[in-house]
Design a binder for this molecule. Structure first.
Ligand SMILES: Cc1cc2nc3c(=O)[nH]c(=O)nc-3n(C[C@H](O)[C@H](O)[C@H](O)COP(=O)(O)OP(=O)(O)OC[C@H]3O[C@@H](n4cnc5c(N)ncnc54)[C@H](O)[C@@H]3O)c2cc1C
Length: 390
């Protein structure tokens, strides 16, 4: 029996993998996606679930990332109204807050400018008379509260919806299917994977490694071994507590170290995150919130909402993939890094890092890199216009 043949095989069913599957199928290519466990079982179900530009990235002058993410936020709000919704964000400024009010106003002005200066991107200073309505936010030593809008999603459901969209354009999904190895030949790669029926083989013109924190494990299984980027895995934890934060997302500074922490409404409860702890485990699938991370998030919540006493319901952690570098992890770039196998006829692209919000833009860039090695095809759809639903 001859092995099945595809234009593109994608490894990993997180947001980046399904995004590439959708983009490749929309461009008219035959696509197979392999996911070892379930869709979004990795980082893509353990994020802060925000579809946002990333206000804090302005501090690091990551203007391109913020602008692109705000553009993608608008596309998602338009195409996926059941999955992505605008939410008010509140930034309280106390006498002890590290960032003074003028700095926050300057950041929000730039954010509104990058967001297109529409009615929805404007920010305001919340009048003192309304402070008592902010979910029990501590008003002692409070100088100002700023309100602006960003968006929230269900990351796992969004990932599943993008995969369904890819499948309606004829992309194939094997899940569970563990990528075992790939061997380069004249016209692409011979791929081996294991699914419920046993070991399978197929051939592909190009390969996309969207295995998130497993990306370098996947590269180790490819012959000849492709260039590898050394990365740090940095875990981010969240806790879920009883009682809903009803008015929106609160963007606060952790009292112990000044890092930004979100306190967010989440399906009738409150989600608080996140942390940044270097991950030293060997298995990305074994990442768990540590006791000290749980206390850090709990203390931050209690500091700003002193009358909230809800029980701790759950906790989870995910792994950021950051190109290795020196200095504070908090300040390191969150841009996606696309790592091709060579600079000429690219047949393999690895996706490192990135944001849930920017998955569609990232997938378009992956397709641009692969285009010289793919056959010519007429596009069948434009991902910027494809609707996503529950
Ligand atoms: C704590 C935290 C909070 C975040 N919050 C936000 C946020 O609010 N907004 C935002 O925009 N971004 C956020 N991000 C970033 C965003 O979540 C990630 O960039 C994104 O989810 C990464 O998706 P991915 O597809 O690259 O990886 P993953 O979701 O990890 O997917 C990789 C997949 O590959 C599969 N896989 C691995 N090996 C194999 C194999 N051999 N065979 C088959 N499949 C395999 C895994 O099972 C997994 O499903 C956050 C990240 C973290 C860590």
């Amino acid at each position: 029996m001859t092995a099945a043949t595809y234009d593109v095989v994608v490894i990993g069913g997180g947001i980046h993998g399904v995004g590439v599957a959708q983009a490749a199928a929309a461009a008219g290519y035959s696509v197979l996606l392999l996911e070892q466990k379930t869709l979004a079982s990795g980082t893509s179900s353990r994020s802060s679930k925000l579809i946002h530009g990333g206000l804090r990235y302005l501090e690091g002058a990551q203007f391109g990332l913020v602008r692109e993410s705000l553009r993608e936020r608008e596309i998602l709000l338009r195409n996926a109204p059941e999955l992505v919704r605008r939410v008010p964000f509140y930034i309280p400024v106390y006498s002890s807050t590290q960032r003074p009010p003028w700095m926050i106003r300057a950041g929000l002005s730039l954010y509104a400018l990058f967001g297109g200066l529409s009615r929805d991107t404007r920010f305001e200073s919340v009048p003192r008379a309304r402070w008592e309505n902010l979910d029990g936010l501590d008003t002692r030593n409070l100088l100002a509260v700023y309100r602006y809008e960003d968006a929230q999603t269900d990351d796992a459901l969004l990932t599943q919806a993008v995969m369904r969209s890819a499948q309606t354009l004829s992309a194939e999904l094997r899940c569970p299917a563990n990528f075992l190895s790939a061997i380069r030949d004249e016209t692409g790669y011979r791929v081996h994977y294991l699914d419920n029926s046993g070991e399978q083989t197929c051939h592909t013109g190009s390969l996309v490694n969207a295995a998130g924190p497993w990306a370098n494990t996947v590269l180790d299984r490819i012959t000849p071994r492709p260039p590898i980027l050394t990365v740090d895995l940095v875990q981010g934890a969240h806790i879920l507590v009883e009682g809903e934060t009803r008015h929106g997302v609160y963007y606060v500074e952790a009292p112990s170290d000044g890092r930004a922490v979100f306190v967010m409404p989440w399906k009738g409860s409150t989600l608080i995150g996140t942390t940044e702890t270097p991950y030293d485990g060997n298995d990305p699938g074994a990442v768990r919130a540590r006791p000290e991370e749980i206390s850090y998030l709990h203390e931050t919540w209690q500091h700003y909402f002193p009358n909230a006493h809800g029980r701790l319901l759950d906790n989870f952690a995910g792994l950021r993939v950051l190109p290795q570098g020196s200095g504070s992890v908090f300040r390191r770039s969150r841009e996606t890094v696309l790592h091709p196998d060579n600079t000429y006829r690219v047949r393999l692209v690895t996706v490192y890092g990135g944001k849930l919000t920017g998955y569609r833009a990232t997938a378009s860039k992956v397709m641009r890199l692969l285009r010289p090695s793919l056959p010519l095809h007429a596009a069948v759809a434009d991902t910027a216009k494809l609707k996503l639903s529950l």
